[in-house]
Design a protein. Sequence first.
Length: 435
Amino acid sequence: MSRRESEQDADPPEEGPSAGGVSRRGLLARVGAAALVGAGTGLGAGEVLAPGPGAAGESSTPPRLRMAQTPAPAGGPGRLQPGIIDTPPAFAHVLALDLAGSGSPDRARERAASVLRAWTESAARLHREGPAAVVPGAGAAGLLPASLGVTVGIGASLLAATGRPDARPEALADLPGFATDTLREEWCGGDLLLQVGAEDPMVAASAVQHLLAGAREQVRVRWAVRGFRRTAAAAEDPSAAPRNLMGQIDGTNNPTGSLLERTVQVRRGAGPEWMAGGSYVVVRRIRMLLEDWFGEDVAHRERVIGRDLPTGAPLGQQGADAEVDLTAENPDGGPAVPDRAHIRLASPRNTLGARMLRRGYSFDEGWRPDGTRDAGLLFMAWQADPARGFVPVQRNLADSGDALNEYIRHEGSALFAVPPAARDGDYIGRALLEG
Ligand code: HEM
């Protein structure tokens, strides 16, 4: 999505204007992430994230191979987990899981704690040593770390099952229904989230296998999507924002720099302590009606989004990075970006400043038994509070008649709290389950 600088912060900022200091490790993570996307930081080119065991040295590595050879940012105290603001790798399995079995809240809490502990430990090893070392004899044998990153989230239903409804943050309130929803129960919700991203599909699949084996008795998969985007190796410009299955450059106008941090990361004091420094992710399984879309001429497709298809420039302007000007006019005096264009209705100017980081993946599950193409966008939006991010934007897209609505169907939906990365010896979510 965003082709600009990605950052990892050392500590969650307090409620208020200060962003806090940056540790050496945080700085290295920042520079490493920035180097991966080719963004200028003003820091020396040699200051990149140290490669882990098995990774080749970076200085001589061509940019298009770096994603394959680099380990994920490891996370750390008070920091966002991997898989949120770092450069998205080409493949991601996204799974929603439910706690297996029934029983008392105490029993559910034990199960949840054992799963989260196992995943935290396994993820740390996968990040540190790479999947080839951790899973002997698996498909990832002989493969490089491939930017493998594991992200773990918690759904509101887990808080209910474990007897902790009191610990539910306001930001984890159920998403409202939207006028354009065509949701299917089997693709909604989940007690737990696992996002496993890697620049190689075999590395991602092996890591998923390993993580699920460690929790086999305690969870069952509720829904899962295998997502993808273009590989860095195949991209003419690996630092450029990629296209989605509709052919549009997607992710251009994502927040960057300090706005990114404020948009995505929960500030200390903004809710329960167990989420300070974490984030919330809204996941929507959005099917694209690709036959209908590609049946339209290019000019129509451009007006639906409000951007030029070849370059990604906002209509009436030059270059994908041009700031969107919603007042720009055509020679005939009409708006260059049409009234119902997606980027007009999604703009912060029309949603009281709502912001989120869109970091989704394409999916293509082939054809359904009735012949319908099952492909689209696994839309994933990261924010500190969905009530000031996804919700007002989706409400405007649904209620004001986004021109894109004719070509898409929202069929799955979920919201997860994604706590900060765990300290050494701790596990993700311990402050919730044992707090
Ligand atoms: C399949 C569904 C969707 C497709 C294909 C799609 C595609 C796009 C494209 C091509 C852009 C312009 C480039 C960019 O800035 O990234 C864009 C912008 C944007 N989209 Fe979507 N989008 C989809 C769904 C959504 C949803 C569900 C939301 C939120 C509820 C959303 C929110 C936004 C926002 C906030 C922008 C940036 C607007 C601006 O400030 O310029 N999109 N989208």
